[in-house]
Design a protein around this ligand. Sequence first.
Ligand code: HEM
Length: 474
Amino acid sequence: MDVSVRDAKAHDALLRSGPLIPPAPKVHPRPLAALPFGDLRIAWEMSRNLVGAWAEADFDNLIIPFRFMGQPGLVVSDPAGVRQVLASPNFRRPIKLGRPLKPLVGEGLLLTEGETWKRQRKSLAPVFTPAAIGGLLPHFVAAGGSLADRLTGQDRANLSEAFHHATLDAVLRALFSRRADREGAVLAEIARRYVEGPAHFSLLDFAARGLDDLTFVDGERRRLGSRWLAEVDALIAQRKAGPESDDRPGDLLDRLLAARDEDGRPLPDQEIRDQCSSMLAAGFETTSRLLFWAAYLLARDPSTQDRVRTEVLASAVERVNGLDDLKAWPLLRSVLFETLRLYPTAPTFGRQALADETVLGHQIPAGAMVTISPWLIHRHRKLWDEPTAFRPERFLDQPHPWGMEAFLPFGGGPRVCIGAGFALAEAQIILATVLARVEIGLADDRPVIPVASITLGPDHEPDFVLTPIVQARP
Ligand code: HEM
């Protein structure tokens, strides 16, 4: 029997008798490393799906030493170990992991290191304070409204595509005060082609020695990357050339143009371009995936969907004036957290030891890799009750036994996602707007299996059935 059909039946049976157990890729009964040609099998599985190589035992062990392509490494899921690794200056992002991103983000915050990263992070910090994000909410409300308008009157929709467009729209409005029109469509098309193709970690990436090694064979990455950067350059030029308007809410580009380095100098043009590209690349795909998975889970769990709708209808999006107004939607926020737990859009990241280190008694020689996988940690049997079940209420019942330490969709330590507050505010507003207008269901019950390259996407984009919400007149 086809695995997906078997999974569908298993899920439906569970749906009837308990919480929803949403679909996930097959977990291998034995570690692939223990099988003949283990390294090749792992590399092959991971090049197809970064979360497709885990074995049953990995969900029981908090620390797993490994050897891959002759190099020692450690998978760390223990919260204390994760904290140590993410906080320590003795670990850095592995250079190779940046290879698929470099053509899109250049020398922006995502990939810089050392003093350059410190300077960049400091100059970008004011762009992401709660007050600054509060000022961006009108952009998110506008993006949510235009998505809901587009969906109105449709009885079926590809919400993956729709959220892709909406989050690009939101980030373009927040960055450049403009909607996703022609340039938005071009950027969306490049991003889509990139995510489907060159974003996947390739066997070549495993073999390369650094960010810029063997890139002459990465033709598609370089071609799409330079088109992407050219579009961003054009957007900045247009926005700079456009008339100033007092009634325009401030945007991220205003803040980047106003940012000064320690010597009081404005940021160089190329850095502004690379930071904008980083925000676009890091910001819209991740948030669109979060919205897609949240919609998928709510479509599979109609009673939770109804309860969230009651919440958002009681305190309408139109009343949102500041970040505090989002507190009126605690269940919606918990649904987004539970979505990020089950389907972390950045499902795995790593660190490389710069010097010999010891983590929870395990020696890590300089150069060795540490894998930190939110996918694994969030489904770990020692860290979560019913780890594979969709139970958003678990985030209402704080404190969690592990605090939030076993929950790291946005990473941790000094390189924690700078856009977390931005993404959560945006996702709450867009999802609330959609749920207030339409009920969402799935057109068929084929399970959607998560597939990870840079982000965690669906193996196919299901059609959603939309039913308009008729609100009683006051
Ligand atoms: C659901 C949405 C998002 C998720 C799950 C997410 C996840 C992450 C994670 C896990 C990291 C750290 C990776 C590591 O430590 O190696 C990160 C870093 C980063 N994120 Fe996000 N992100 C999201 C949205 C955003 C948004 C909206 C923006 C910008 C507008 C953004 C900008 C960045 C940047 C610039 C970094 C690098 C920070 C640094 O190295 O100092 N992200 N993100």
